[in-house]
Design a binder for this molecule. Structure first.
Ligand code: GLU
Length: 451
């Protein structure tokens, strides 16, 4: 790991000391600080006002008990989190993750990333994240409902359309947002549409929100290709994951002429040289909620490789890789395999899926690498479009909303490149995204005083 700027080293040491045991949060903060050397050199006012120290400390962290009763009548216990990280640009905004791996360090890393991602969208939204160690896998709808109701019975007092606006993330989709919104409405006696995003289309949701993160990642990758005189047409693409982000990234890449030949879940991956059948994938993963092996069983051109073989979806040769599963899923060895097989573009649909070693491999090999805070910002950007529609009691067409999303992604891409140029790192999307997002938040924090 390269050395930090001397003014930033003590800041990082303070983060390590104040947040013990939170490896993912350390990784996310370190990754930002790695880009900020040229910024502190040009802007001593940020150091004078302790902006970097302040931006790394959440404004508020809420941790609460979530008891609920399962279908067998047993009392179950989970822990709920909401980290309201930064509200310099607008109400806290960011998803809720329900997954057994969730603990404070994961929510803080996600909340931290969200601050700069949200700034890059150009929309008036601050950064936050929440969730629980609840595992929805294998739970009935009734159990998920009771869990969501218990979760919201505490969360409701901390959120609101001008305060904090949660949405989905891993383990939280339309079903969960419905139960959460229902309980919020019941407790507050308010039909406050703008308190949550990712709502159903019939009750305040926005068209394109479901597709937005995956589509946005592909729009971003398309801009990278365009800047290199290329396009998705005729390319092979591998996505990881098979949830919402992966499915719609695959859908848009295929619509732009690529062949999406592989995707994965925690049980393994499928390779389908004919191109993934996305209707079948949606049926298996979203409707039946089954493992990917069911996809391979139903389709002759596909083969399933189990995780237990030790292989990874990144072993499949491709031109473009879109990691859309979860943090740290693509390590240095995976990156070497991709480079060896001729991959030239990597865009993160998930949050921090590539380890620092992987990012280094891509940089050294000249692979274009787009970090999640830029490449996957389309999801939260479309949440902000949902908030706009809610505020004006309007609902936009699919075509209009998708055009807005594309315009936002094209804008983020341009802003990353311009900022990278200005700060002496031409073509470096990591530096461009970190610096552009940070400066926007830092300037707002300076203007708002020491709060
Ligand atoms: N969870 C998504 C993200 O990582 C979306 C958050 C939102 O829409 O508020 O950006």
């Amino acid at each position: 790991m390269k050395h930090l700027d001397p003014t930033l080293q003590p800041v990082f040491e303070e983060i390590l000391a104040r947040n013990p045991g939170e490896a993912e949060f350390h990784q996310a903060t370190r990754e930002l600080l790695d880009s900020l050397g040229p910024v502190v050199a040009r802007h001593p006012e940020y150091t004078d006002a302790a902006i970097i120290r302040r931006v790394c400390e959440p404004e508020r962290q809420i941790i609460f008990r979530v008891p609920w009763v399962d279908d067998a009548g047993q009392v179950q216990l989970n822990r709920g989190f909401r980290v309201e990280f930064n509200s310099a640009l607008g109400p806290y905004k960011g998803g809720l993750r329900f997954h057994p791996s969730v603990y404070l360090g994961i929510i803080k890393f996600l909340g931290f990333e969200q601050i700069f991602k949200n700034a890059l969208t150009g929309m008036p939204i601050g950064g936050g994240k929440g969730g629980s160690d609840f595992d929805p896998k294998g739970r009935s709808d009734a159990e998920v409902m009771r869990f969501c109701q218990s979760f919201m019975t505490e969360l409701y007092r901390h959120i609101g359309e001008y305060t904090d606006v949660p949405a989905g993330d891993i383990g939280v989709g339309g079903r969960e947002i419905g139960y959460l919104f229902g309980q919020y409405k019941r407790i507050t006696n308010r039909y406050e549409s703008g308190v949550l995003t990712g709502k159903g289309i019939g009750w305040g949701g926005s068209l394109v929100r479901t597709e937005a993160t995956g589509y946005g990642t592909v729009f971003f990758a398309g801009e990278i290709l365009k800047a290199r005189g290329s396009s998705f047409d005729g390319k092979t693409v591998v996505v990881s994951g098979s949830g919402n982000v992966a499915t719609y990234a695959a859908e848009k890449a295929a619509a732009l002429g690529a062949t999406v030949i592989a995707c994965s879940d925690s049980s393994g991956y499928v390779v389908d040289e004919k191109g993934l059948d996305l209707d079948l994938l949606k049926e298996v993963k979203q409707v039946r909620r089954e493992r990917l092996s069911s996809y391979a069983e139903a389709r002759e051109s596909a083969r399933f490789v189990a995780t237990t073989t030790g292989g990874a979806v990144w072993d499949v040769p491709c031109d473009i890789a879109l990691p859309c599963a979860t943090q740290n899923e693509l390590d240095g060895d995976h990156a070497l395999a991709l480079v060896r097989n001729g991959c030239t573009v990597v865009a993160e649909g998930a949050n921090m899926p590539c380890t620092p070693e992987a990012v280094k491999v891509f940089a050294e090999a000249g692979v274009a690498f787009a970090p999640g805070k830029a490449a996957n910002a389309g999801g939260v950007a479309t949440s902000a479009l949902e908030m706009q529609q809610n505020a004006s009691r309007d609902s936009w067409s699919f075509a209009h909303t998708e055009a807005r999303l594309e315009e936002i992604m094209v804008g983020i891409h341009a802003r990353c490149l311009e900022t990278a140029d200005t700060y002496g790192a031409p073509g470096n999307y990591v530096a461009g995204a970190n610096i552009a997002g940070f400066i926007q938040v830092a300037d707002a924090m300076l203007a708002l005083g020491v709060i």
